[in-house]
Design a protein around this ligand. Structure first.
Ligand code: PGA
Length: 259
């Protein structure tokens, strides 16, 4: 596991984008796993800049997103503030600014009529694409990856998952409250790639920023491997692992950054 500590959010974002861009240049038809949330926005902005200023070419890149709320999905006709789907987030924050082909974008479908079947199909699509080359990951306040809430099996696959009160609270504050949506009306379930699915990516690239993430980052990286902190599964990843932190998020690490 390689842990890189950068001065601030901006430097963290640039470093993550450089790793992704390096792969795109080396393997133009690579498969990328993308994440939502506040943390990856800077990485996406840097990728957009590289596309616009340096011609970084996404035309053969395939993507798979980690998760989506159940019961909502993308409707590009609706104003942004009425559509809290992660699909919308990805179009707004990345896809509409780069030359990726629509047919190469894979997003969990929150409006799937048969969500369980959809989840199985999503797993098959990842395999058919040859697996994920780089999976970008954040880490939730309670240590979750995607919507793999505490207690999720570390061997779990893509599935429907109930959301914890902590996740509902966090996402209400950061997302739904701004759109004037009542808390009881936000989705309480999600489709998420499983921890087992994520561990099959060839390169896991986790980013975290800010002092509020310091304790959970140290639990995930230096604590026990436990389904209580599903991101601790990083310690089990059989492939390449890179963690990029800003100095605040790294501030509670002890032994793991000593070399
Ligand atoms: P954040 O979310 O990037 O908005 O902090 C991380 C997550 O929940 O995975």
């Amino acid at each position: 596991m390689e842990i890189l500590v950068k001065n601030d959010y901006n430097q963290m974002s640039i470093a993550a984008a450089e790793i992704i861009a390096g792969l795109i240049r080396k393997k133009p038809d690579c498969v990328l796993g993308f994440a939502t949330g506040g943390t990856p926005i800077g990485t996406y902005r840097e990728l957009i800049r590289m596309h616009k200023e340096n011609g970084l070419d996404f035309s053969n890149v395939k993507t798979f997103n980690l998760d989506e709320y159940l019961g909502i999905g993308i409707n590009l006709e609706k104003p942004y503030e009425l559509d809290q789907s992660y699909a919308r987030f990805m179009y707004e924050e990345l896809f509409k600014h780069i030359n990726i082909k629509k047919e190469n974008i894979n997003l969990p479908d929150g409006l799937a009529k048969e969500p369980d079947n959809f989840c199985q199909w999503y797993e098959i699509e990842i395999k058919k694409a040859g697996g994920i080359d780089i999976q970008l990951l954040g880490i939730g306040a309670d240590g979750h990856w995607a919507f793999n809430e505490p207690g999720s099996s570390l061997a779990s696959r893509t599935r429907v998952q109930a959301l914890t009160k902590q996740t509902l609270d966090d996402n209400y504050e950061s997302f739904y409250k701004k759109a004037n949506i009542k808390r009881q009306n936000m989705p309480h379930y999600a489709i998420t790639m499983g921890i087992g699915t994520i561990l099959e990516s060839r390169h896991a690239l986790m980013i975290a920023s800010g002092a509020q993430k310091a304790a959970i980052v140290s639990e995930a990286l230096e604590g026990c491997i436990t389904s209580k902190v599903t991101a601790s599964a990083l310690q089990l990843h059989p492939g390449k692992v890179t963690v990029i932190l800003d100095s605040a998020a790294a501030s509670k690490l002890t032994w793991s950054i000593k070399y």
